[in-house]
Design a protein around this ligand. Structure first.
Ligand code: UD1
Length: 409
């Protein structure tokens, strides 16, 4: 690893980046990383890129189809960690990635999102003094019962570069003491994938393949433990059956949800319900693009629906993506299965609601990310001391902190 001089106004040395290693593991990671791999390869003097797949998701429908469709290529390292309890799954990623990181010593480890693979890989790299760069940094639901929230907080704390896609992400990070000059608002790399694939998505007409009329069906995805592993699943199934009597419903079911329903003897009975296997990226986005609305607890679908202008109803009490509610098409229903019955009426009401695409969700986020990487990774610097951050007693300390934040902005 070499060092390049820092710009004149920044006294810290920067590490030059000639080798980027990316880690993917679960379904939503692939779309966030694929455009970065492509953008790196497009540069006139491309750096080396190495891809590690942890194998957190391993079924063809949860993994292989995304690699193929997105043209990611074969991973250089496959860790085959598989499923397990959080501790075991996270530990397996850590144990198996450590020798790879030690051997290859990339100049930066790029991790997307908030799944167990993300935090596991970041933790190992940071202890080996390999800088971590986090795609989709700064998202917060402020709900620590979500495993992803723990993963986000920890990954951000040990990252050297934090790539954000919405204004509140920067505010969240500053509040947690992250230095402002490590935070780069590059936009949304997952939307880059959607922009790049839009032609192929439009050409698919997945609605027709499923016997659905464009503009006249609801897409459903539900997989979060808070809903499917708890007592609310039965009520959700009953409510969805009710909705399917009013409007056709297509539900590509996540394996976690399918096995929870089977364990508890739950089944749909409405003829309007099309329960199908998990879909690949292109087919799912094609179904979403011509849907009347989406009901989900996924993070990514809140964003994709906002980009496509499709009314989205989120069956959660909170979202780490408030920009999709403030600017986009998303409405939080709460973790309240009884509210599913309202969705057909809410779709009608949504027709008059103005919605826009957040800034930086434009197809060029990965290019901006690679521009930042090409400038190098800043060496680690401790955040401001707590006494300088404390408000109140020490007015001078507060003023120093405020001046520091302003300097970093
Ligand atoms: C994980 C992520 C979640 C993300 C989701 C996307 C964490 C903590 N959660 O949740 O944030 O929204 O991926 O799908 O990382 N299974 C299979 N085949 C597979 C993968 C999983 O059958 O290829 C089944 C297994 O029974 C497994 C269960 O799904 O135990 C859950 O998988 P896991 O990766 O632990 O979490 P997800 O619910 O998929």
């Amino acid at each position: 690893m070499s060092e390049t001089p820092a710009p004149a106004d920044d006294p810290r040395p920067m590490r030059a980046v000639r080798h980027v290693m990316s880690v993917v593991g679960a379904r939503p990671n692939f779309m966030k990383t694929a455009p970065v791999i492509a953008a790196l390869a497009r540069r006139p003097d491309p750096v080396r890129h190495t891809l590690v797949h942890t194998g957190q998701h391993y079924d063809a429908a949860m993994s292989r189809v995304f690699l193929d469709e997105l043209g990611v290529g074969e991973p250089n390292h496959m860790l085959d960690v598989g499923s397990g309890r959080h501790g075991a799954q996270t530990a397996r990623v850590m144990e198996r990635i450590e020798p790879i990181l030690e051997r290859e010593r990339p100049d930066v480890l790029l991790v997307p999102g908030d799944v167990n693979s993300t935090v596991a890989a970041a933790l190992v790299a940071s202890k080996l003094d390999i800088p971590v760069a986090h795609i989709e940094a700064g998202l917060r639901s402020y709900d620590r019962s979500m495993p992803e929230e723990i993963n986000r907080i920890l990954t951000d704390q040990i990252s050297s570069l934090l790539f954000t896609h919405s204004p509140e992400a920067r505010r969240n990070l500053l509040r947690e003491g992250v230095a402002g000059d490590r935070i780069h608002a590059i936009g949304n790399t997952m939307i880059d994938t959607l922009v790049a694939m839009r032609g192929r998505i439009r050409g698919l007409d997945a609605a027709a393949a499923h016997g659905l009329t464009p503009g006249a069906y609801l897409v459903v995805t539900l997989h979060r433990p808070a809903l499917v592993d708890g007592p609310l699943l039965g009520a959700a199934v009953a409510a969805l059956d009710g909705v399917a009597a009013e409007i056709p419903v297509v539900f590509p079911i996540h394996p976690r949800t399918a096995s929870a329903m089977e364990r508890r003897g739950l089944a749909f009975s409405a003829p309007g319900m099309r329960l199908i296997e998990p879909l690949g990226y292109l087919e799912f986005l094609s179904l979403l693009e011509t849907a009347a609305g989406a009901l989900t607890d996924s993070g990514g679908i809140q964003e994709e629906a906002t980009y496509l202008g499709i009314p989205c109803f989120t069956l959660r009490d909170n979202t780490e993506r408030p920009v999709t509610c403030e600017l986009g098409t998303n409405v939080l229903l709460g973790l309240a299965p009884e509210r599913i019955a309202e969705v057909p009426g809410l779709i009608e009401a949504a027709r008059d609601r103005p919605a826009t695409v957040p800034p930086g969700w434009d197809g060029a986020a990965a290019e901006r990310l690679v521009d930042v990487l090409e400038a190098g990774v800043p060496e680690w610097e401790p955040p401001p001391a707590p006494d300088e951050r404390a408000a109140g007693a020490d007015g001078a300390g507060t003023a120093r902190f405020a001046a520091d934040v302003v300097r970093r902005l």
